[in-house]
Design a protein around this ligand. Structure first.
Ligand code: TYM
Length: 410
């Protein structure tokens, strides 16, 4: 009211008091807009969506240096990341790290070994620095929505998208006729893992890039097929959910360092759990003597002097990459300066020491965690409860979008 009388009063002091209806109504409009602005609360700061980080490792045998340097070590860094909203509030990243046991059965497996590998992988996540106060650690099969969403996504994923997957082609070659449907379908399950949590960032090694691209394609296809138009809005309204697209396109986070740790027996093949030769990899839990022996026997070349990034010398590059990755505080120049004139024998000795020193504290923490079974189970229970809460909501939204009849009771 004050604003209204002020505007009308001032204008009448400067303008001849003849009646001009259009001017009068323009003034009234201005006045009412100003009055509204004065009584309305200031515009709310836009709420920002927390960044969600999700990743996982298959519990197949023991985790190796590739899994640790290419994936798990990066996860740790996300735990202390945060965003700040327009009002200066801190919004921490939300982290979900799962042991993807449903993926581990896509190749023939031993049930006893699966149990042990699942618990040992979870314990290794914690030993490597994943903090349950900052991240949810859980076992994939403890969250049934993973399998269910995978089925729903199967029905919208063209076969030829999966036929292009390099990892399937490579693994299927080794298995011949007996290759399982699960191995073929595995990237859809991986897409479900990521999409269930509306994950925005997925830290992985280079070998998972194609699976992440596929996930992004599936997200776009689903949102295009089911999350558009008035009918979608009506379905959402009836179900009481927001009518935005159900899924978010995730971004792969692939660090340069450690993205591709190569085999110790062939510098042009990646270090892998499925290599029958255990000497081809350093397992995170290998005792010092085993590490020393594997490094002593690992493949090198005939050329004198140790050099980085020469495409003719993949083994030298790989071993230098490992040497550098386990000493993250040192620069590349510093390392080259130290090793360039060394013989292979001398270099192997300092390399083995550096790996052992880096892994030692992780191994100590690992055995402490494994001793306290109750605590590990408790962490996994808390993790799966938090994961289930998010996953159930996404699955619900997915079913609404696809047109399922939603039961009254879950
Ligand atoms: P997996 O179990 O084969 O490997 C786990 C993680 O380790 C990385 N990695 C490597 N990085 C560098 N050098 C290597 N030699 C090397 N070997 C493995 C992998 O890139 C991966 O990040 N499909 C996935 C597991 C998965 C997943 C997910 C990952 C299932 N669902 C959802 C992320 C998000 C796999 O088989 O990874």
């Amino acid at each position: 009211m004050i604003v209204l009388s002020t505007i009308l009063g001032r204008s009448s002091a400067f303008v001849k008091p003849t009646y001009n209806p259009s001017r009068q109504s323009a003034l009234l409009r201005m006045a009412s807009t100003a009055a509204e602005a004065a009584t309305k609360a200031p515009p709310k700061a836009k709420k920002i969506r927390p960044e969600r980080v999700l990743s996982g490792v298959q519990p197949t045998g023991s985790l190796h240096l590739g899994n640790y340097l290419g994936a798990i070590r990066q996860w740790v860094d996300f735990q202390n990341k945060e965003q700040t909203d327009e009002e200066g509030n801190v919004v921490p990243f939300e982290n979900f790290f799962c042991v993807v046991d449903l993926h581990a059965i896509t190749m023939p497996h031993d049930p006893m070994e699966l149990q042990e590998s699942t618990l040992s992988s979870a314990a290794l996540y914690l030993a490597a620095g994943i903090d349950p106060a900052k991240s949810k650690v859980f076992v994939q099969s403890h969250v049934p929505a993973h399998s269910e969403l995978a089925w729903l996504l199967n029905c919208i994923t063209p076969m030829n998208w999966l036929e292009r997957m390099i990892q399937f082609k490579e693994k299927a070659k080794k298995q011949g006729e007996s290759v399982g449907v699960g191995l073929f379908d595995y990237p859809v399950l991986m897409a479900a893992d990521i999409m269930l949590y509306q994950s925005t960032k997925v830290p992985v090694g280079e070998d998972q890039r194609q699976h992440l691209e596929l996930t992004r394609d599936i997200v776009r296809r689903f949102n295009d097929l089911f999350c558009k138009g008035n009918k979608y809005k009506k379905r959402c309204k009836a179900a009481g959910v927001a009518s935005r697209p159900v899924f978010i396109e995730p971004t792969p986070i692939i660090m340069k360092e450690g993205a591709r740790v190569m085999s110790l027996t062939d510098g042009s093949n990646k270090m892998s759990k499925s290599d029958a030769n255990d000497s081809s990899r350093i397992n995170v839990l290998d005792p010092p003597e085993t590490i020393r022996n594997k490094i002593k026997r690992c493949k090198t070349d005939e050329i004198k002097g140790i050099e980085w990034d020469n495409p003719e010398r993949p083994e030298a590059t790989n071993l230098l990459n490992i040497y550098s990755a386990v000493q993250p505080e040192r620069s590349k120049e510093d390392i080259i300066e130290e090793v360039k004139d060394m013989s292979w024998g001398d270099f192997k000795s300092v390399l083995a020491d550096a790996i052992i020193n880096h892994l030692e504290p992780i191994q100590i923490r690992y055995y402490e965690i494994r001793e306290d079974k109750d605590r590990l189970n408790e962490i996994l229970k808390e993790g799966s409860e938090a994961a289930n809460a998010v996953a159930k909501q996404t699955l619900f939204n997915t079913k609404v979008a696809m047109g399922f009849v939603i039961p009254d009771e879950p």
